[in-house]
Design a protein around this ligand. Sequence first.
Ligand code: MG
Length: 244
Amino acid sequence: MNKYKILIFDLDDTLIDNLENVKYAFKIMIKSKNEEYNEENFIRWYQIDKKFWHDWQDGKITLPEHLKGETGKKSNEFLNWLRAQRILIYFNNEVNLDEAINLNNIYMDALTENVNAIDGAYETLEYLSNKGYYIIIATNGPKVATRDKLLKINCINFVNEILSADMFGYMKPNKEFFDGIEKTLNNYNIEDYLIIGDSLKSDVGFAMRCNFDSCWFNKNNDKIDDKYKPTMTINKLRELIEIL
Ligand SMILES: [Mg+2]
């Protein structure tokens, strides 16, 4: 008998090679603005993007008055404004909001064009799915892009449910995201859940906050931050075939 019933997989940098994906999308966005690509600019963008979403998770982004009242699932106006902010930061406010929204749309479309799987993603998901696990994706990225990415790496058929932050209005590691998962799945105990993800903060931290087990996918052999206690750690996805 399987110890766990529900496997919650993170998407970016767990099943999808996010770095290659993001680099490609950045190239397309920059080209649409007639700017030359270089590695240095890409690293700058990568860091701005990462920091922005961390700041957002930490409640450090100040919303304009007219958007402050939105709780739970957010409007398109809200999401467009939010996503455009990192473009404004990147271009030092030399583009206006409409232009930034447009550039973000180009970027997000491109994100689903060139998608590479993390080594072992297909075999691992195929094995776990055949073994009877209920497999869900819980991502802080948008739902549409998630579906497209899973289609592109041929793994959509192994996945029972895609749950994204934009469906609930809360990102991992917020407990509200897990409330959304529990509500959607219904009738499972907390011991039935295991999350597998690359982020100590968003995945392991999420499980710790909600009291279920976690598997840290430490693919770069990073040193662990002592405040995080994953139930188990793997360096390759295929290790899950031995463990689960
Ligand atoms: Mg991730």
